[in-house]
Design a protein around this ligand. Structure first.
Ligand SMILES: [Zn+2]
Length: 433
């Protein structure tokens, strides 16, 4: 998942692998490098991939033919001498559609290579139960407007969906999505049939995708052991260990919000009792502050935090109690995972500045000394857009793994067009490796 992909390979290092496989793998390494790191000179690409200059030139030419990258001369104010051209991603050819289904909002974005957001639309809605069909129809309306407003030559090559629920990797099936009140929803197929796009649809859990986005180009960049905690109505975790996403056998891992922390505690929407999110989620904060009945939960949370900052006793007590439980749960996670960095997103990021000391006290008491010394707690850099940007990375993943699935650009009488290749038909929905 969120790494630079497999290393490039020369044929002598991959005995037994076909030259086609080697070429595909090298194209993948090159495209991933410029997608994640940005414009790179051919010599930087040579160093990064270990391939020689002539191989790099051939591979760059192929990625250019597929409309994925281009070369440009660098800014002339640089070093004297003949400037080396930079290889960079193109934003005018292929793009992916990223979508988000939350209890409070629906969003869609058209995202180019390099994570460039080309168009974006978010629609807030009141928190109420809606059927998966009605929700997807509304989402398709948001997405259709974005696609129709875009240039006609743009081609959407993948769709990513982020949802607050347990997602089966293989087919984008949502087993349960407590904030939405959904169970057993074939979400990938619903979205595929609702959109006017012939492209594979990939579905991922919101916290996993926020972690993917943060690990690719945010608070987790360069961190091989990284934990993201995403808190809204519930609390989800995105775990990166040894540079790889920890998703479990079927994809259901990372449900840190349902760690049992209090056997006799409150009933959780998951059906259990005393889960961590009943102590640290938005609902817990509002309940403690006496604001449970507010329909505008996000605004109510802001009021509690403002109240705490202004010294209001009830708000302070609520914030401090949630902070104490944040520290308790986090201590358990740090003892298990020993991440170097923990990024907080959503309501937890807004809460943390008010409870820094309370959390530190719990960590000091409960985390063993060695991992305690390592840990760094930061705010997620991509904020509320993390899951949506992660959905874009998820949709890009099969293209980054095998750039030859994007057909070669041909120029015909009607200008540029995409020649459909058989490989394109073979892109199957699924999750990145
Ligand atoms: Zn639970």
């Amino acid at each position: 998942m969120p790494d630079i992909g497999q290393p490039a390979a020369s044929s002598d290092r991959l005995l037994g692998a076909g030259t086609e496989d080697v070429r595909r793998r090298n194209l993948s390494a090159l495209l991933r490098h410029v997608h994640v790191r940005g414009p790179s000179s051919r010599s930087e690409l040579t160093v990064a991939t270990g391939l020689n200059r002539s191989t790099i030139a051939t591979l760059v030419a192929e990625l250019m033919a597929r409309g994925l990258v281009r070369e440009r001369l660098p800014d002339p104010r640089g070093a004297p001498g003949r400037p080396s051209p930079l290889v960079e991603v193109r934003h005018d050819g292929v793009a992916v559609l990223a979508t988000e289904i939350f209890a409070d909002s629906l969003a869609a974005a058209v995202v180019g290579l390099g994570g460039r957001v080309l168009a974006h639309r978010r629609v807030d809605r009141t928190r109420a139960w809606r059927s998966p069909e009605a929700t997807v129809a509304e989402l398709a309306g948001v997405a259709r407007a974005l696609i129709e407003d875009g240039p006609p030559e743009r081609r959407i090559v993948g769709v990513g969906v982020t949802v607050a629920g347990l997602v089966r990797l293989a087919d984008g099936f949502v087993a349960i999505a407590p904030p939405l009140g959904w169970r057993d929803v074939a979400l990938a197929s619903l979205v595929r049939s609702a959109l006017p796009i012939d492209a594979p649809v990939h579905v991922g859990n919101d916290a996993d995708l926020a972690a993917l986005a943060e690990h690719t180009r945010g608070a987790g960049a360069g961190q091989d052991d990284f934990l993201l905690l995403w808190g809204e109505v519930g609390v989800g975790g995105g775990i990166v260990a040894n540079g790889r996403a920890v998703l479990g056998r079927t994809g259901y891992a990372g449900e840190v919000g349902h760690l049992p922390v209090d056997p006799e505690g409150a009933v959780c929407p998951c059906g259990s009792r005393g889960c961590w999110e009943t102590r640290v989620g938005e609902d817990a904060l509002l309940r403690l502050a006496g604001l449970s009945d507010r329909p505008d939960a996000r605004q109510a949370v802001d009021e509690v935090l403002a109240g705490a900052a202004a010294g209001d006793a009830r708000a302070l007590a609520a914030v401090s109690e949630v902070g104490r439980w944040l520290g308790i749960g986090l201590a358990g996670l740090v003892n298990v995972l020993a991440p170097g960095r923990v990024a907080l997103a959503g309501v937890l990021a807004r809460l943390y500045p008010h409870v820094r000391e309370v959390v530190a006290r719990e960590l000091d008491r409960r985390v063993m000394a060695a991992p305690r010394a390592d840990i760094e707690i930061v705010a997620a850099e991509l904020g509320a857009e993390g899951p949506l940007l992660g959905a874009a990375e998820l949709a890009w993943s099969p293209i980054l793994d095998d750039p030859t699935t994007v057909p070669v650009l041909v120029t015909g009488r009607e200008g540029r067009s995409w020649r459909r290749s058989r490989a394109m038909e073979e892109v199957m929905p699924g999750r990145p490796r």
